[in-house]
Design a protein around this ligand. Structure first.
Ligand SMILES: NC(=O)C1=CN([C@@H]2O[C@H](COP(=O)(O)OP(=O)(O)OC[C@H]3O[C@@H](n4cnc5c(N)ncnc54)[C@H](O)[C@@H]3O)[C@@H](O)[C@H]2O)C=CC1
Ligand SMILES: O=C(O)C(=O)Cc1ccc(O)cc1
Length: 370
């Protein structure tokens, strides 16, 4: 029996889930899309990412037995209030993709209807881009996908959701909202706050030293890359996870004070310990098998469905003696861009290939390799 799935919010994340389901389960699912943006809905219909598009949330909900809420977090919470006002005549699994789980799970536990089975979700992969055009069906490959069951969710419901998401090739992990929000606070939200603060510091100093940006070498760019992401999304994340971020900020200020003292006191040995401890921990981070980092040296290239396109990509790499060990067309439909997956042997070749193809104007994967 086919599943009727509604994706509310067809942006980067909702669009990627929709594409993944549509592409891998075409005959076993009917996909509905809801979004406030008509252009997004038109795009989703035009490229057959959804079977039917709704501008009315409740109309889409009535048709679905699985619902993904993939809107900004504060909107997701509002949509949950609307779901709470509906009466369901069949069991419905509702999940979300929000980067912060506490406020969403709090709302989930208030959902009255016994037919609503809420399972919190958070795919730990993304991009600095937004909107349906940036959506990719392989976005979550090799990334962790956090699931947070509410009290009514039983193993059979968890399995059903995992089954729908299995072709995302992500790794499911169950976490409580509290531990999720603290951990993502530490490794995702707080670093973002600091990255943006570093950019502000540079901007302030530029007034006095206009040449400053030209000296911004690789280090500054690496550490501030995430500051180029969507400000509305990150404001929402900071706000929803504010209690954890305030706590982390207090710890940070204390640590900065200690660092300041080390410098003032010329404590060279302690500074070396500080740097060596950080290096040891950073060097020991799992590299190839976790997070949004692909297991192999895979490169995803957007290509057009036109004669000779594949040949051009391969020739650019062959000219530079880059060996392709595996090649796969992940997703291509007539007259639209598709995704070419190239597997290379070494990390060095991967970096070189990225450079060559970027120089030739190709759009590469939104999955970050560093
Ligand atoms: N961007 C990222 O890297 C990641 C984002 N997330 C989560 O995914 C969710 C969505 O983020 P993105 O897909 O990045 O954003 P996006 O901006 O690409 O997509 C959001 C979509 O929601 C729609 N929308 C906004 N307000 C709406 C409303 N009132 N009613 C109906 N539709 C509405 C927009 O038109 C848009 O299509 C957020 O909750 C975020 O925390 C999770 C993992 C990664
Ligand atoms: O790791 C990051 O911070 C990213 O750049 C991608 C990302 C952004 C938001 C999420 O909720 C999950 C992953």
């Amino acid at each position: 029996m086919s599943k009727h799935i509604l994706i509310a919010g067809l942006g980067l994340i909702g669009g990627s889930i929709a594409k993944n389901i549509k592409f891998h389960h075409p005959s076993s699912s009917v996909l509905y899309g809801y979004d406030q943006n008509r252009a997004t809905l038109n795009y989703a219909r035009e490229y057959q990412i959804v079977d039917e598009a709704f501008t009315d949330f409740e109309k889409g909900v009535k048709k679905a037995d699985i619902i993904f809420l993939a809107t900004p977090i504060h909107i997701t919470i509002k949509l949950m209030d609307r779901l709470n006002r509906l009466a369901f005549d069949h069991e419905v699994i509702i999940t979300d993709v929000s980067s912060v789980k506490g406020p969403v799970m709090q709302k989930a536990e208030q959902l009255q209807d016994e037919k609503i089975i809420f399972i919190g979700g958070h795919p730990m992969a993304g991009s600095h881009k937004q909107g349906i055009e940036a959506a990719r069906s392989h976005l979550f490959e090799n990334a962790y996908y956090v699931l947070t069951p509410s009290r009514r969710a039983q193993p059979k419901h968890m399995n059903e959701l995992k089954q729908i998401l299995n072709r995302t090739k992500s790794h499911f992990v169950e976490l409580k909202a509290e531990e999720h929000d603290l951990m993502t606070g530490v490794v995702s939200h707080f670093p973002h706050l600091i990255a943006s603060a570093l950019v502000h510091q540079a901007k302030n100093w530029e007034e006095q030293y206009p040449f400053l940006p030209h000296l911004a070498a690789g280090g500054f760019r690496d550490i501030t890359r995430i500051a180029s992401s969507n400000p509305e999304l990150w404001q929402d994340i900071f706000f929803q996870n504010r209690t954890k971020l305030i706590r982390l900020l207090s710890d940070w200020l204390e640590e900065m004070q200690e660092l300041k003292d080390l410098l003032k006191n010329r404590s060279k040995d302690q500074l070396i310990s500080f740097l060596s401890d950080a290096k040891r921990y950073r060097d020991g981070l799992p590299k190839k098998e976790t997070g949004a980092i692909p297991k192999f040296h895979d490169l995803y290239v957007d290509i057009y469905d036109r004669p000779g396109e594949l040949y051009k990509v391969i020739k650019y790499l062959a000219d530079e003696r880059i060996n392709i060990v595996n090649i796969q067309i992940l997703e291509i439909r007539e007259n639209m861009t598709g995704v070419l997956q190239l597997t290379l042997q070494t990390e060095e070749e991967l970096h070189k290939a990225r450079q060559i193809l970027t120089d030739h104007g190709y759009q590469l994967s939104t999955i970050d390799h560093e």
